[in-house]
Design a protein around this ligand. Structure first.
Ligand code: ADP
Ligand code: MG
Length: 160
């Protein structure tokens, strides 16, 4: 069997044993790119973790894997709350809800319609919208490693 046909290169493989436990930046990015390359349309990814832990870094890598036409545009949308990127799959919605103040603000952003119409949704600080997200949401949590400034711990929860 060709090595590329092994389950490690499938979505389930990447989310399972293919997910790095203590990645440095380069291995987190490599994993994010591989994940983006196999994400099906209508995927929702929730990214948990403190400021500066690497959520936007991972979103950018996933967007590279998705083939987003201008991945350098993938920056923290902390002030805009939501950014959109064009990709071969369709519109990618990237939200950073750290500064979200209320459900009314979310409604004014047209959140439900955005999520419904997007090819892929990537959400930093998803706690505020947890009850609006599909049960199929892939949740990725990053944590700082107190012993290694250049590493993170990573865990994945997924119904898939
Ligand atoms: N192992 C690692 N994984 C991800 N980012 C890392 C890692 N090591 C160092 N970094 C750095 O940490 C910072 C993470 O910033 P960012 O992705 O904006 O975080 P967040 O979106 O969670 O606030 C970047 O400057 C990145 O280069
Ligand atoms: Mg960020």
């Amino acid at each position: 069997m060709n090595i590329n046909d092994t389950p490690a290169d499938t979505l389930a493989g990447l989310l399972g044993r293919g997910a790095p436990r203590a990645p440095d930046r380069a291995s987190l990015e490599a994993w994010g790119q591989a994940l983006g390359a196999v994400l099906p349309r209508a995927s929702v990814i929730a990214l948990l973790g403190d400021l500066g832990v690497g959520k936007t870094t991972l979103v950018r890598a996933i967007c590279e894997g998705l083939g987003v036409f201008n991945p350098s545009a993938v920056t923290s949308p902390t002030f805009a709350l939501i950014q959109e990127y064009a990709s071969p799959l369709g519109r990618i919605v990237h939200a950073d809800l750290y500064r979200l103040r209320s459900g009314a603000e979310l409604e004014a952003l047209g959140w439900d319609e955005l999520v419904e119409s997007a090819a892929v949704v990537l959400v930093e600080w998803p706690e505020r919208v947890a009850d609006t997200l599909s049960p199929d949401t892939i949740t990725i949590e990053l944590r700082h490693d107190p012993d290694h400034a250049d590493r993170r711990s990573l865990s994945v929860r997924s119904a898939r």
